[in-house]
Design a protein around this ligand. Structure first.
Ligand code: 9MR
Length: 375
């Protein structure tokens, strides 16, 4: 398996003609986010972990942002709000901006997302726009309409509504989410509802449609499963690079790659060579990188808490130490901030400890690992 990855890495090197060395792009020009005005009305109370250094300031010292995904249901909790405001300069709606959340029936209801957007505005936080097109968040009515009519105006209308409403607050749009699936054969692209209706051109059209409505925001292609040394993830890295190369050669307005970074201790340790090669190739194409959904799934929740937390922290540090060598990184977002608001609780184990804070907002070694990586 290792050998296949090496071959995949070498093939990528040949395809893209990379040279040794990192992409030199000035991160501070585009990656940093201005500190919010703390005197603004609606300011949150001081955070519950005053001893832990705020992640946002550590990140901004390095010319990066730090952010987190927010489950809108948690916004009713003042402790949650204050910790988010303390640590984040940008937030990602974990589900509220997805198509099936906004319009489960044909009618759009923006109230949940509006609450999140107004929380962000009151506290001077920027937003990531997650996500305009994702096979898992297409509402049934839209899937049916797409399959029968293959009418791009359906997508255009959705983009217009969402970008029109939140465009002023959104710094980065995840325009296309998770388009890679080598197991679907062919060119390695996911044979999702959009691909079935429009072929590969759906990706280009999505970016062009977004660019027309969001002339200044960063437009992101966001992907998972790129971190480990398996032939499958090697294929995923290579397929993503090939797709990016095709998009760049056609002048498609994609300017940023979102690396989700759902780390997983059951897969072993992150594969430094594979991640380094991916970062180098992305940088050589002149693209920025955002780490968009960092968290760590544990392999063994039966170990002592200390041991578990140190394994999670070590994996986080290993990953960030690689990606943060590159100057085209804009920032890092974790997929939630504390363990009680983590998708891994429902997916894997309710006991999972894969975010910077525990359920009582005590900073864990993962928090320290992120600080160290930013230093
Ligand atoms: O964490 C999210 C979970 O709460 C939602 O139920 C789910 C479906 O909307 O999406 C999860 O977030 C996913 C993200 O949007 C895309 N990358 C993978 C994330 C975890 O599944």
């Amino acid at each position: 398996m290792k050998r296949r990855n090496l071959i995949a890495g070498a093939a990528a090197a040949l395809v893209f003609g990379q040279l040794a060395g990192c992409a030199r792009v000035d991160r501070t020009e585009t990656g940093s986010i201005t500190a919010p005005d703390r005197s603004a009305a609606g300011q949150a109370q001081p955070a519950a972990s005053p001893s832990a250094r705020a992640l946002r300031s550590a990140a901004s010292n390095r010319g990066l942002y730090f952010g987190a995904a927010i489950q809108s249901a948690a916004l009713g909790d003042s402790r949650f709000r204050s910790n988010v405001v303390r640590d984040c300069s940008i937030i990602t709606p974990e589900w509220a901006m997805k198509w099936d959340s906004l319009a489960p029936g044909r009618a759009y209801n923006f109230s949940e997302m509006d609450q999140l957007a107004s929380f962000a505005a009151r506290n001077g936080l920027a937003m990531r726009g997650h996500t305009l097109l994702w096979h898992k968040s297409l509402p049934r009515w839209a899937a049916a309409a797409l399959a029968s009519s293959r009418d791009w105006t359906l997508i255009e209308d959705h983009f217009s509504k969402v970008i029109g409403r939140y465009g002023n607050q959104v710094r980065e749009w995840d325009v296309v989410n998770e388009p890679i699936e080598p197991e679907h054969g062919g060119n390695g692209l996911r044979q999702n509802q959009f691909y079935k209706a429009f072929g590969e051109s759906y990706i280009q059209r999505a970016f062009e449609t977004a660019r027309a409505r969001a002339p200044r925001a960063r437009l992101v292609i966001n992907e998972y499963g790129l971190e480990y040394n398996s032939s499958y993830e090697g294929q995923r890295r290579l397929t993503l690079l090939r797709l990016l190369e095709r998009l760049r050669s056609r002048g498609v307005p994609v300017d940023t790659v979102g690396l989700q970074a759902h780390l997983d201790l059951r897969k072993g340790k992150v594969y430094a060579d594979g991640i380094y090669g991916l970062m180098r190739d992305i940088g050589n194409m002149g693209l920025k990188v955002a780490i968009t959904e960092l968290d760590v799934a544990e392999a063994n929740t039966g170990l002592s808490i200390e041991r578990r937390d140190s394994l999670v922290a070590d994996e986080t540090r290993r990953y960030l130490d690689i990606v943060l060598q590159f100057n085209n990184v804009l920032g890092v977002s974790t997929w939630g901030l504390n363990d009680s608001h983590s998708w891994l609780r429902t997916q894997r184990s309710a006991a999972n400890r894969g975010l910077p804070y525990d359920r009582d907002w005590r900073a864990k070694p993962m928090h320290g690992a992120i600080l160290t990586a930013f230093a």
